[in-house]
Design a protein around this ligand. Structure first.
Ligand code: GTP
Ligand code: MG
Length: 182
């Protein structure tokens, strides 16, 4: 109760802060999304993330502190470490790369089964929606088995980090989240 009041008081004067962990397979577009959120522009030449990148961006009244973690297999065991202290987990999927959906689903299941991550809200993004042959939001919900997740708030959006589409809707959803009591 006291913690809730302290959070409310802090938010009133300093605005809200959200800690965000971005995970998902390599090449899904995590770094591109963070860049688009920061600058509003698409930067073509991202290189695969080694370890992680950190970027803090103010959107409206919300300071978003983003941990963008590498998606290559050798970095995946570190995902939990970054998600542990996050207020929300964003799992980015390449919506065109249907051959990797099974692995994405397995990795997501593995991640959210960590007891340390119980209850942390989950946002699944089907990225690259500007490309032909992408699966829809509804298909992504089915393929990623999102309806079976009952222990946390779950949302799903189709976005394009490249074309900056649906990013505002995503930000609106994020800005409504409560900070975790730390
Ligand atoms: N067409 C299209 N391409 C995109 C989009 N988002 C990212 N890409 C491209 O996808 C490739 C991978 O993007 P990254 O942002 O580096 O992917 P990542 O998820 O950070 O990859 P790792 O750091 O290896 O985990 C790049 O060539 C991007 O230009 C999108 O919305 N549409
Ligand atoms: Mg990256």
């Amino acid at each position: 109760m006291l913690q809730k009041f302290a959070n409310w008081f802090r938010e009133l004067f300093f605005g809200k802060e959200l800690e965000i962990a971005l995970v998902g397979l390599q090449n899904a577009g995590k770094t591109t999304l963070v860049n688009t959120m920061a600058t509003g522009k698409f930067e073509e030449d991202t290189i695969p993330t080694i370890g992680f990148n950190f970027r803090s961006v103010k959107k409206g009244k919300v300071q978003m502190k983003m941990w963008d973690v590498g998606g290559q297999a050798r970095f995946r065991e570190q995902w939990e470490k970054y998600c542990r202290s996050a207020d929300v987990i964003i799992f980015v999927v390449d919506a065109q790369d249907q051959g990797n959906l099974d692995i994405a689903r397995q990795q997501l299941n593995q991640l959210i089964s960590w007891p340390s991550l119980e209850g942390i809200p989950l946002l699944v993004l089907g990225n690259k929606y500007d490309l032909q042959g992408c699966i829809t939001e509804q298909e992504l919900i089915t393929q990623m088995n999102l309806n079976s997740i009952k222990d946390r708030v779950v949302a799903c959006f189709s976005i394009s980090a490249k074309k900056n589409s649906n990013i505002d809707e995503m930000l609106k959803w994020l800005s409504k989240l409560q900070r975790k009591n730390k």
